[in-house]
Design a protein around this ligand. Structure first.
Ligand code: ADP
Length: 540
């Protein structure tokens, strides 16, 4: 007979974190670079007060438990207030990806049945482009400039000014929804994920672990990822829980702007996709000695694989890149790319081999690799589909029954990533299943080819896709952007790759292009590249 524990059944909900941030960390700062580039400073004490006022205002507007409130906002303290105000009023904040086409945004809003909208005044022209295709009951405008809020819309600041400090939270359960995101659609249509309070709380605990992100009260974190992309990797929830100062860059994600914030605020942790880190590296290399950064910055990188060459070069500037692997469906952080204690004295190259991998799973994120229906050994060699499960891994998509096949019968989520697991538990991502080049029954990793090509001194960017081939099913084509003022021929690149790859793995064609198409969150948009090269004729 099992004997129940004698512990309280205490719900894991966001108001507890908000209360704690207000009590324990009232003076910890939130620095925002607003859309007009001005810097504002506020703190968790203010966030606590204003988020509760917003929750009270939403109650007056009639918000009901589970109502979706969409946000169309950049990263700044106002958006952060919405991250807390909406869930603490019992609603679900649905962060809209403002880089999508207006028609796509409208379709997502209709699918999510968003009831209210909160929008930055500078984004009203974007809202106007899809206004007639959606029907928000109320639209709340966050004013930045002096221009008045258009007639019929609500002024966020006026709403807050009408509220005192006597808000009381509605009854809440830990499994109810708090935040909502749609996947960025790199490999297909967007799908909605609703994050429960419980998932967000547990995910925040894990971001505090040294082996994941190690967030704490001595840190200053710069999330260089939009709040609408997988909750800015959970920082808006975890940082107030752990008392971490936040620096929010608004829409300004260029290398110079970010370095400016890093220097001015002495940022020691930052996270972003490889494209953003590449912008930072370019600025550091172009202007050596210009930036006075902290001696060591922990740079978390995910979303796609950072080329090893970039990791090495950022090391020279004291920026230590570590992988965080994750997905919109995993809240999003699932792993941390730290070296284990016994590896610290390993030779440098062996350590880079480990650092190029995606890290090991956080506690309670379980991972397995499945190849042709069989669970693969943790040998670092057998590649198959990565499957995960855990308390902050999605158990379904929002109203998308046709997607049920993404979960196995025994309850694991099929990530669509092809990976290996090594004896130490590190995940090594080979490619996304849809991006692997399937050549004559063998797989070729487009990611490996890209990352090696990007180590060539003349190459700025390289993206490899598989295109149909009459004999081999698919063969790789490399689209290459050269650095300004540099030159390289197809033969040079082939020879360079030939040092690391077998001849059958080398791209059959190299095409020099001006730019690689990107997704709304800065990843290579391989779907667009495949369309561009549809009908490609291989030389026989
Ligand atoms: P989308 O699926 O639309 O691109 P996500 O941002 O959720 O939206 O992308 C998750 C995917 O990003 C993962 O399945 C994986 O392919 C890739 N990814 C995430 N982190 C890493 C990483 N550290 N290294 C390589 N790829 C990564």
């Amino acid at each position: 007979m099992t004997i129940p524990g004698t512990m309280m059944n205490f719900p894991l909900t966001l108001p507890t974190i908000l209360e704690r941030a207000g009590r324990l960390f009232p003076r910890v700062e939130i620095v925002s670079r607003r859309p007009d580039s001005t810097i504002t400073r506020t703190c968790y004490g203010e966030m606590f007060k204003r988020a509760r006022q917003f929750a009270a205002a939403l109650e007056k507007l009639g918000i009901e438990s589970g109502d979706r409130v969409a946000s169309l906002m950049w990263n700044h303290s106002g958006h952060l207030e919405a991250f807390w105000g909406v869930p603490c009023a019992g609603g679900i904040l649905h962060t809209l990806n403002l880089r999508l086409h207006p028609q796509e945004i409208a379709a997502i809003v209709r699918h999510a049945r968003d009831r209210f909208l909160i929008v930055d005044d500078v984004l009203l022209p974007l809202y106007e482009k899809f206004r007639k295709e959606v029907s928000f009951e109320r639209v709340i405008v966050v004013p930045f400039g002096s221009a008045s809020v258009p007639h019929g819309l609500l002024n966020y600041e006026e709403l807050l000014a009408d509220e005192g400090d006597d808000f009381s939270y509605p009854a809440m359960e830990e499994n109810q929804g708090a935040l909502m995101c749609f996947t960025s659609g790199t490999t297909g249509c967007s799908k909605g994920v609703i994050y429960s309070h419980r998932a967000l709380v547990l995910h925040s605990f894990s971001l505090g672990l040294q082996e994941v992100f190690g967030l704490n009260t001595t840190d200053t974190i710069l999330p260089m990822v939009p709040m609408f992309h997988a909750n800015a990797w959970g920082i808006p929830v975890a940082a107030p829980m752990l008392g971490t100062k936040q620096v929010l860059p608004g829409p300004h994600l260029g290398g110079e702007n970010l370095l400016n914030l890093m220097e001015q605020e002495q940022v020691n942790k930052a996270c972003g996709v490889p494209t953003v880190w590449a912008g930072i590296l370019a600025e550091l290399e172009n202007n050596p000695g210009r930036w006075k950064l902290p001696a060591h910055i922990f740079g978390a990188c995910g979303g796609s694989a950072p080329p090893l060459e970039m990791i090495r070069r950022l090391d020279l500037f004291g920026i230590e890149i570590k992988h965080l692997w994750g997905m919109t469906e995993t809240t999003p952080v699932g792993t941390g790319g730290w070296l284990k204690a016994h590896m610290v004295d390993w030779p440098q190259e062996k350590k880079y081999e480990v650092r190029a991998k995606q890290g090991w799973p956080a506690p309670f994120v379980e991972a397995r690799v499945v190849k042709e229906g069989v669970i693969a050994p943790w040998d670092g060699k057998t590649a198959g589909e990565l499957e995960v499960r855990g308390p902050w891994v999605a158990g379904s998509y929002y109203e998308a029954p046709d997607q049920a096949k993404r979960w196995t019968e025994d309850g694991w989520f099929r990530t669509g990533d092809i990976a290996t697991l090594d004896p130490e538990g590190y995940i090594g991502l080979v490619d996304r299943a849809k991006d692997l080049v399937k050549s004559g029954g063998e797989w070729i990793s487009s990611v490996d080819l890209e990352n090696t090509l990007m180590a060539h001194p003349a190459v700025k960017e390289a993206c490899v896709i598989g295109l149909p081939h009459p004999k081999w099913q698919e063969r790789p084509l490399a689209a290459v952007v050269l650095k300004d003022g540099s030159s390289a021929t197809e033969q040079d690149l082939r020879e360079f790759l030939g040092k690391s790859f077998a001849s059958w793995q080398l791209p059959d064609a190299f095409v020099f292009v001006e730019a690689i198409p990107r997704t709304s969150v800065g990843k290579f948009k391989k779907i667009a590249l495949r369309e561009q090269f549809a009908g490609w004729k291989w030389k026989s």
